[in-house]
Ligand binder design. Sequence first.
Ligand code: 26V
Length: 816
Amino acid sequence: MSEFEFDKEEFKKNVVNAVKSRYRKTIDEADKQQVFQAVAYTVKDYIIDRWIATHKEFEKQDAKTVYYMSMEFLMGRALGNNMINLTCYKGVKEALDELGFDLNAIEDEEPDAALGNGGLGRLAACFLDSLSSLGYPAYGCGIRYRYGMFAQKIVDGYQKEIPDDWLRDGNPFEIKRPEYAVTVKFGGYVRSYTDADYHEHYVQEAYQSVRAVPYDLPVVGYNNNVVNTLRIWDAEPIQQFNLDEFDKGDYQKAVEQENLAKNICEVLYPCDDHYAGKELRLKQQYFFVSASVQSAVAKYKKNHDDIRKLHEKVCFQLNDTHPTVTVAELMRILMDEKGLSWDEAWGVTTKCCAYTNHTIMAEALEKWPIDLFQKLLPRIYQIIEEINRRFVNEVKRMYPDNQEKIAKMAILYDGQVKMANLAIVAGYSVNGVAALHTEILEKQELKDFYEMMPEKFNNKTNGITQRRFLLHGNPLLADWVTDKIGDGWITDLPKISGLVKYADDEKSRKEFMQIKRENKVRLAKYIKEHNDVEVNPDSIFDVQVKRLHEYKRQLLNILHVMYLYNKIKANPDMDFTPRTFIFGAKAAAGYRRAKLTIKLINSVSDVINNDKSINGKLKVVFIENYRVSNAEIIFAAADVSEQISTASKEASGTGNMKFMLNGAMTLGTMDGANVEIVKEVGEENAVIFGLSADEVIEYELNGGYNPLDIYNSDEEIRRVLNQLVDGTYSPADHELFRDLYNALLYDGVADRYFILKDFRSYAEAQEKIEAKYRDKDGWAKSVMLNTARSGKFSSDRTIEEYVRDIWHLEKVKVEL
Ligand code: 26V
């Protein structure tokens, strides 16, 4: 493929002109934000031609398209990634240098598009990058939240949530497409009648409606001219102020429609752990699903007559249960608007929809109270009722007199609409996101469904895009890799195994570790600027960054830090390799225990970082406002990747893969994709500890275990626990951390996440890490092999598997 020919002089001219026409300023008068905007608009001009050409090509080839339906897309910043994928990053860097600007500083002017919480949202973003880079036709369908994931401030050790007004300065890459706006209806009731031909008709009456207006964002493929679309929907009132209705005295209705529109896209729910029957969330789900399905059907109808063949050109992938109303909305459109019979509509729908499960945590499974659901979506509810009636009959036929099967599998049960059951019944594919996770779905969580319809189940182990997380995030290592093995790895990550042979070469090991050190210096600088803490780049950078959850066990990590600190205090001369423990995590605003864990980490950090007597052997840093942009810097600098979830709870994890790619060693449990990572890299190049998933599940079936046995018999653990409540880390209020103490020892199910049970095994694993690190050559070899054997974990591989087994798309070639 021909590299895009970047004309530096012309680029400079365009940027200078953009600053002039947008801000009436010369380039030397412009501030960094203005230069960012000018550069972004200039880059967008390169994208536009490719975007148009891509869609011409899709139409010409009449290509099948996947619609990736997701409440979350955690895109991060766009400028750097777009330049990388256009292959003009270095050219732009030079151009800006010559204009007197530092590209890194200009990139820092862009707010993250944080339209997601964590793993599920970032996976969606990596998938879009891979779809474009592989040349597959795709739309991401989501919501244009006015406020994304909150910005986190740490005040007195506590998390404070600040609204993330990410659109304040405008989004240079988006295009509003009012010509594709559609109407979405809520509430009212369903009137039915039979026409002269004895056809039943259903009409929603007395509803409220909003106008769904799409904004399109380009998703640029790597060096292939392909540009797909992330289509995010905004809600506007149908009429700004309806004088007509006002005149009729229907003032209230006009105001209600305006409020409905204002509320729907206001915020991303900043939680990913706990289902709560929030009406607004259901409104959000139906809003973006209805708009997306309507626009997909309209697009299909433009070039095709027979709606009965929709599945030949369209596939909806449901990213978790959140967009599951897709099923009923498509049935509604096919029957009520296109006149298909139930059986015809069902035939099409069940060939169009596929579902991905991302969690087995029972609290996260979506179920809506029937009355709420029915009131908000009366026609959709009717359709779900009928789907349920037919499915329950089928279950009764297969398992006569088996009430338990119905209790577990029915879509409507116990006054609730169970979204996972609907997705499984109507979807033609159900996939988990790592081998272990899929196995647990089949054998435990979804066992009954698996027995009834095994052909639907399959695994798609997650992946990440190497273009953001190595090429953009770690330019030093990326250049070094390319130097050694060529640049094939950028579009074919398994080629990175060409590095294996360099792991035995002393000079290469030195180079690799020198790059790691420079990346540690870069992170140390970031920490100094943001936390005002000095960290030693020659210490082990031991990192846990991810959402804060009890099951992810940040508490295990910090308890172990407290334990180490006790040891060093007791024996100041002990042989100890200096360590920097780095945390980054947002907690859901209403998740008290998670927020208290953040406070604990910061309190421990305060005590330890200020204790001169330990000579800087230990440092603890909590990085504020963890997000995609600083994640790139953090992964590049890590020595140790903490993946310490209670086995069976982490469906896959994707941070684990980003660390591996950047040459960090995994310290983890046999959970999620860690299992596959260890298999690729070899047991000798990772450190594994703790209970297995089977053991955890076995304990759980027996109601847990008794942590007091450990507390009573292990003096060191007891000391650490007592320090939670004796004021060591909270001198002003000894009771501050009582809740954590109680959760570990006394709560209903005490130590539900097996922290004390795994503590000793974790502490030993940490000793192994230290021993390995001391063997400089051995360590360098191991972490190089981590990079070299990360090939499997590219989202390009994941997408190829989705295409092969579920979506059946053709690649499209775009020439300019
Ligand atoms: C669930 C809920 C429940 C209702 C409230 C809002 C909300 C928002 C998101 C979710 C889904 C959480 C599931 C999730 O993020 N799973 C993560 O998915 C990653 C990608 O597959 C995977 O790597 C992580 O292991 C898994 O925790």
